[in-house]
Write a protein that binds this ligand. Structure first.
Ligand code: NAP
Length: 263
Protein backbone atom coordinates (compact mmCIF):
# COMPACT_ATOMS: atom_id res chain seq x y z
CA UNK A 1 0.00 0.00 0.00
CA UNK A 2 1.32 3.46 -0.88
CA UNK A 3 0.90 5.67 2.20
CA UNK A 4 0.93 8.81 0.05
CA UNK A 5 3.49 10.69 2.17
CA UNK A 6 6.53 10.62 -0.12
CA UNK A 7 8.30 13.98 -0.05
CA UNK A 8 6.71 15.08 3.25
CA UNK A 9 8.95 16.46 6.03
CA UNK A 10 9.07 14.86 9.47
CA UNK A 11 10.82 15.67 12.72
CA UNK A 12 11.33 12.56 14.82
CA UNK A 13 12.54 13.39 18.32
CA UNK A 14 14.78 11.02 20.29
CA UNK A 15 15.50 8.95 17.20
CA UNK A 16 19.11 7.81 17.47
CA UNK A 17 17.97 4.37 18.63
CA UNK A 18 15.01 2.37 19.91
CA UNK A 19 11.42 3.33 19.11
CA UNK A 20 12.29 6.77 17.68
CA UNK A 21 14.78 5.25 15.28
CA UNK A 22 12.25 2.59 14.25
CA UNK A 23 9.69 5.31 13.48
CA UNK A 24 12.29 7.25 11.47
CA UNK A 25 13.11 4.05 9.56
CA UNK A 26 9.47 3.34 8.72
CA UNK A 27 8.92 6.93 7.55
CA UNK A 28 12.12 6.87 5.47
CA UNK A 29 10.85 3.73 3.76
CA UNK A 30 7.75 5.72 2.80
CA UNK A 31 9.96 8.40 1.20
CA UNK A 32 9.65 10.99 4.00
CA UNK A 33 12.54 13.46 4.44
CA UNK A 34 13.71 13.45 8.03
CA UNK A 35 15.15 15.54 10.79
CA UNK A 36 16.15 13.45 13.78
CA UNK A 37 17.32 14.52 17.22
CA UNK A 38 18.79 13.08 20.43
CA UNK A 39 21.58 14.14 22.80
CA UNK A 40 24.56 12.14 21.52
CA UNK A 41 25.81 13.65 18.25
CA UNK A 42 27.96 10.69 17.24
CA UNK A 43 25.08 8.23 17.62
CA UNK A 44 22.82 10.58 15.66
CA UNK A 45 25.36 10.72 12.84
CA UNK A 46 25.42 6.90 12.73
CA UNK A 47 21.62 6.73 12.76
CA UNK A 48 21.35 9.34 9.98
CA UNK A 49 23.86 7.41 7.89
CA UNK A 50 21.90 4.16 8.37
CA UNK A 51 18.64 5.89 7.36
CA UNK A 52 20.20 7.39 4.22
CA UNK A 53 21.49 3.94 3.23
CA UNK A 54 18.06 2.44 3.74
CA UNK A 55 16.08 4.88 1.62
CA UNK A 56 16.74 7.65 -0.81
CA UNK A 57 15.60 10.44 1.52
CA UNK A 58 17.16 13.55 3.03
CA UNK A 59 18.19 13.06 6.67
CA UNK A 60 19.42 15.94 8.82
CA UNK A 61 20.13 15.76 12.52
CA UNK A 62 20.62 18.07 15.45
CA UNK A 63 21.92 17.18 18.91
CA UNK A 64 20.30 18.49 22.08
CA UNK A 65 18.54 17.63 25.31
CA UNK A 66 14.78 18.04 24.90
CA UNK A 67 14.35 18.83 28.60
CA UNK A 68 16.58 21.93 28.24
CA UNK A 69 14.77 25.00 26.88
CA UNK A 70 17.81 26.38 25.02
CA UNK A 71 18.31 23.04 23.26
CA UNK A 72 14.64 22.93 22.29
CA UNK A 73 15.00 26.40 20.74
CA UNK A 74 18.02 25.17 18.78
CA UNK A 75 16.07 22.13 17.57
CA UNK A 76 13.10 24.29 16.55
CA UNK A 77 15.28 26.74 14.60
CA UNK A 78 17.09 23.88 12.89
CA UNK A 79 13.86 22.09 11.94
CA UNK A 80 12.33 25.34 10.64
CA UNK A 81 15.39 26.08 8.52
CA UNK A 82 15.71 22.56 7.09
CA UNK A 83 12.05 21.83 6.40
CA UNK A 84 10.45 25.23 5.96
CA UNK A 85 7.52 23.73 7.90
CA UNK A 86 6.87 20.21 9.10
CA UNK A 87 4.16 17.85 7.90
CA UNK A 88 4.78 15.13 10.48
CA UNK A 89 5.89 15.73 14.07
CA UNK A 90 6.85 12.77 16.23
CA UNK A 91 7.23 13.44 19.95
CA UNK A 92 9.47 11.04 21.79
CA UNK A 93 12.07 11.30 24.56
CA UNK A 94 13.85 9.01 27.00
CA UNK A 95 11.75 7.73 29.89
CA UNK A 96 11.65 9.37 33.33
CA UNK A 97 13.34 7.95 36.44
CA UNK A 98 11.77 4.82 37.93
CA UNK A 99 10.29 5.76 41.32
CA UNK A 100 7.46 4.78 43.64
CA UNK A 101 4.87 7.56 44.06
CA UNK A 102 5.63 7.88 47.77
CA UNK A 103 9.33 8.48 47.12
CA UNK A 104 8.83 11.37 44.66
CA UNK A 105 9.19 15.04 45.53
CA UNK A 106 8.29 18.21 43.65
CA UNK A 107 11.74 18.39 42.01
CA UNK A 108 11.23 14.90 40.54
CA UNK A 109 7.86 15.91 39.10
CA UNK A 110 9.27 19.15 37.71
CA UNK A 111 12.11 17.24 36.04
CA UNK A 112 9.70 14.72 34.48
CA UNK A 113 7.38 17.54 33.34
CA UNK A 114 10.27 19.42 31.70
CA UNK A 115 11.26 16.26 29.86
CA UNK A 116 7.96 14.64 28.89
CA UNK A 117 5.45 17.49 28.66
CA UNK A 118 7.04 20.86 27.81
CA UNK A 119 8.88 19.76 24.63
CA UNK A 120 5.52 18.70 23.20
CA UNK A 121 4.00 22.10 23.99
CA UNK A 122 6.91 24.05 22.45
CA UNK A 123 7.12 21.96 19.29
CA UNK A 124 3.35 21.98 18.76
CA UNK A 125 3.18 25.77 19.23
CA UNK A 126 5.88 26.20 16.60
CA UNK A 127 4.72 23.80 13.92
CA UNK A 128 0.92 23.77 14.22
CA UNK A 129 0.34 27.10 12.42
CA UNK A 130 2.14 25.81 9.29
CA UNK A 131 0.14 22.56 9.36
CA UNK A 132 -3.09 24.53 9.71
CA UNK A 133 -2.18 26.66 6.70
CA UNK A 134 -1.52 23.52 4.63
CA UNK A 135 -4.66 21.88 6.02
CA UNK A 136 -2.61 18.75 6.63
CA UNK A 137 -0.51 17.50 9.52
CA UNK A 138 0.31 14.51 11.68
CA UNK A 139 1.29 14.68 15.33
CA UNK A 140 2.30 11.35 16.82
CA UNK A 141 3.45 10.96 20.42
CA UNK A 142 5.15 7.98 22.01
CA UNK A 143 3.67 7.44 25.47
CA UNK A 144 3.34 4.13 27.33
CA UNK A 145 0.85 1.50 28.42
CA UNK A 146 1.22 3.30 31.77
CA UNK A 147 -1.48 5.77 30.62
CA UNK A 148 -4.01 2.91 30.55
CA UNK A 149 -2.82 0.90 33.54
CA UNK A 150 -0.40 2.57 35.97
CA UNK A 151 2.84 0.58 36.21
CA UNK A 152 4.41 -0.10 39.62
CA UNK A 153 7.50 2.01 40.40
CA UNK A 154 6.90 4.27 37.38
CA UNK A 155 4.89 6.99 39.14
CA UNK A 156 6.43 9.77 37.05
CA UNK A 157 5.62 8.06 33.76
CA UNK A 158 2.10 7.14 34.95
CA UNK A 159 1.35 10.72 36.02
CA UNK A 160 2.99 12.91 33.39
CA UNK A 161 2.19 10.72 30.38
CA UNK A 162 -1.47 10.69 31.43
CA UNK A 163 -1.36 14.49 31.48
CA UNK A 164 0.28 14.45 28.03
CA UNK A 165 -2.48 12.17 26.73
CA UNK A 166 -5.25 14.41 28.08
CA UNK A 167 -3.61 17.55 26.67
CA UNK A 168 -3.19 15.95 23.23
CA UNK A 169 -6.76 14.65 23.22
CA UNK A 170 -7.90 18.24 23.80
CA UNK A 171 -5.66 19.43 20.98
CA UNK A 172 -6.96 16.74 18.62
CA UNK A 173 -10.49 18.16 19.01
CA UNK A 174 -9.25 21.65 18.20
CA UNK A 175 -7.36 20.84 15.00
CA UNK A 176 -9.26 17.91 13.45
CA UNK A 177 -11.15 20.27 11.15
CA UNK A 178 -7.80 21.57 9.85
CA UNK A 179 -6.81 18.14 8.52
CA UNK A 180 -4.39 17.56 11.40
CA UNK A 181 -4.51 14.30 13.30
CA UNK A 182 -3.12 13.93 16.82
CA UNK A 183 -2.54 10.42 18.16
CA UNK A 184 -0.52 8.62 20.79
CA UNK A 185 1.28 5.30 20.52
CA UNK A 186 1.46 3.36 23.77
CA UNK A 187 4.11 0.65 23.75
CA UNK A 188 3.65 -2.35 26.01
CA UNK A 189 7.08 -3.93 26.06
CA UNK A 190 9.10 -3.50 22.90
CA UNK A 191 12.68 -4.78 22.84
CA UNK A 192 15.05 -1.76 23.03
CA UNK A 193 17.86 -0.53 25.28
CA UNK A 194 15.20 0.95 27.62
CA UNK A 195 13.52 -2.45 28.05
CA UNK A 196 16.31 -3.87 30.19
CA UNK A 197 16.31 -0.76 32.37
CA UNK A 198 12.54 -0.94 32.85
CA UNK A 199 12.48 -4.64 33.58
CA UNK A 200 15.30 -4.29 36.10
CA UNK A 201 13.45 -1.59 38.06
CA UNK A 202 10.27 -3.68 38.16
CA UNK A 203 12.09 -6.95 38.92
CA UNK A 204 13.70 -5.39 41.99
CA UNK A 205 10.23 -5.02 43.52
CA UNK A 206 9.52 -8.73 43.21
CA UNK A 207 12.75 -10.28 44.46
CA UNK A 208 12.71 -12.63 41.45
CA UNK A 209 15.75 -13.33 39.30
CA UNK A 210 15.91 -11.54 35.95
CA UNK A 211 15.11 -14.79 34.11
CA UNK A 212 12.12 -15.64 36.35
CA UNK A 213 10.72 -12.13 36.10
CA UNK A 214 11.04 -12.00 32.30
CA UNK A 215 9.52 -15.43 31.89
CA UNK A 216 6.47 -14.46 34.04
CA UNK A 217 6.14 -11.16 32.21
CA UNK A 218 6.24 -12.72 28.76
CA UNK A 219 3.68 -15.31 29.89
CA UNK A 220 1.33 -12.41 30.77
CA UNK A 221 1.42 -11.08 27.18
CA UNK A 222 -1.16 -12.82 24.95
CA UNK A 223 1.36 -12.78 22.06
CA UNK A 224 3.87 -14.55 24.39
CA UNK A 225 6.78 -12.40 23.26
CA UNK A 226 8.12 -8.85 23.44
CA UNK A 227 7.39 -6.50 20.56
CA UNK A 228 9.86 -5.67 17.86
CA UNK A 229 10.76 -2.00 17.28
CA UNK A 230 10.02 -2.31 13.55
CA UNK A 231 6.47 -3.46 14.35
CA UNK A 232 6.11 -0.29 16.39
CA UNK A 233 7.56 1.92 13.64
CA UNK A 234 5.15 0.46 11.09
CA UNK A 235 2.11 1.55 13.11
CA UNK A 236 3.54 5.07 13.38
CA UNK A 237 4.02 5.19 9.60
CA UNK A 238 0.41 4.14 9.13
CA UNK A 239 -0.79 6.91 11.46
CA UNK A 240 1.25 9.34 9.36
CA UNK A 241 -0.34 8.06 6.14
CA UNK A 242 -3.01 9.66 3.97
CA UNK A 243 -5.20 6.62 4.70
CA UNK A 244 -5.21 7.41 8.46
CA UNK A 245 -6.77 10.87 7.95
CA UNK A 246 -9.89 9.92 9.96
CA UNK A 247 -7.98 8.45 12.93
CA UNK A 248 -7.44 11.13 15.55
CA UNK A 249 -7.49 11.63 19.31
CA UNK A 250 -6.58 7.99 19.87
CA UNK A 251 -4.10 6.09 21.98
CA UNK A 252 -3.09 3.00 20.05
CA UNK A 253 -1.59 0.28 22.24
CA UNK A 254 1.15 -1.78 20.65
CA UNK A 255 1.44 -4.42 23.29
CA UNK A 256 0.78 -7.93 21.96
CA UNK A 257 -2.65 -7.78 23.62
CA UNK A 258 -1.41 -7.01 27.15
CA UNK A 259 -3.85 -4.18 27.83
CA UNK A 260 -6.80 -5.71 29.67
CA UNK A 261 -9.48 -3.04 29.25
CA UNK A 262 -12.00 -3.42 26.44
CA UNK A 263 -11.97 0.31 25.53
N1 NAP B 1 10.60 0.18 24.80
C1 NAP B 1 9.49 -0.02 25.48
O1 NAP B 1 9.01 -1.13 25.64
C2 NAP B 1 8.78 1.16 26.10
C3 NAP B 1 7.64 0.90 26.86
C4 NAP B 1 6.94 1.97 27.42
C5 NAP B 1 7.39 3.27 27.21
N2 NAP B 1 8.52 3.48 26.48
C6 NAP B 1 8.96 4.87 26.33
O2 NAP B 1 9.19 5.15 24.96
C7 NAP B 1 10.28 6.10 24.85
C8 NAP B 1 11.35 5.54 23.92
O3 NAP B 1 11.81 4.34 24.47
P1 NAP B 1 12.96 3.45 23.81
O4 NAP B 1 12.70 2.08 24.28
O5 NAP B 1 13.09 3.74 22.38
O6 NAP B 1 14.25 4.04 24.60
P2 NAP B 1 15.78 3.99 24.17
O7 NAP B 1 16.08 2.81 23.33
O8 NAP B 1 16.52 4.20 25.44
O9 NAP B 1 15.96 5.31 23.23
C9 NAP B 1 15.76 6.57 23.76
C10 NAP B 1 16.09 7.62 22.71
O10 NAP B 1 15.82 8.90 23.29
C11 NAP B 1 16.98 9.74 23.24
N3 NAP B 1 16.88 10.60 24.41
C12 NAP B 1 16.85 10.19 25.71
N4 NAP B 1 16.74 11.26 26.51
C13 NAP B 1 16.70 12.36 25.73
C14 NAP B 1 16.59 13.75 25.98
N5 NAP B 1 16.51 14.23 27.23
N6 NAP B 1 16.58 14.61 24.93
C15 NAP B 1 16.65 14.13 23.66
N7 NAP B 1 16.76 12.83 23.36
C16 NAP B 1 16.78 11.94 24.38
C17 NAP B 1 18.13 8.74 23.23
O11 NAP B 1 19.34 9.26 22.70
P3 NAP B 1 20.42 10.03 23.64
O12 NAP B 1 20.63 9.15 24.83
O13 NAP B 1 21.62 10.22 22.78
O14 NAP B 1 19.76 11.34 23.98
C18 NAP B 1 17.56 7.66 22.31
O15 NAP B 1 17.66 8.06 20.97
C19 NAP B 1 10.77 6.33 26.28
O16 NAP B 1 10.15 7.48 26.82
C20 NAP B 1 10.30 5.10 27.01
O17 NAP B 1 10.14 5.31 28.39
C21 NAP B 1 9.22 2.47 25.93
Amino acid sequence: MDFGIKGKHALVCAASRGLGFAIAKALAQEGVDLIISARDEEKLNEAAEALRKLANVKVDYVAGDLSVEADRKKLIEFAREKSGGLDILVHNVGGPKAQAAQSTNSADWQEAFDKLFLPIVDLNQTFLPGMKEKKWGRIITVTSLSVIEPIANLALSNGIRSAVTAMLKTLSDEVAQDGITVNCLAPGLIQTARTDELMESRRQLTGQSKEEYMSDYVASIPAKRLGDADEFGAVAAFLASMQAQYVTGQTICIDGGKRRSVH
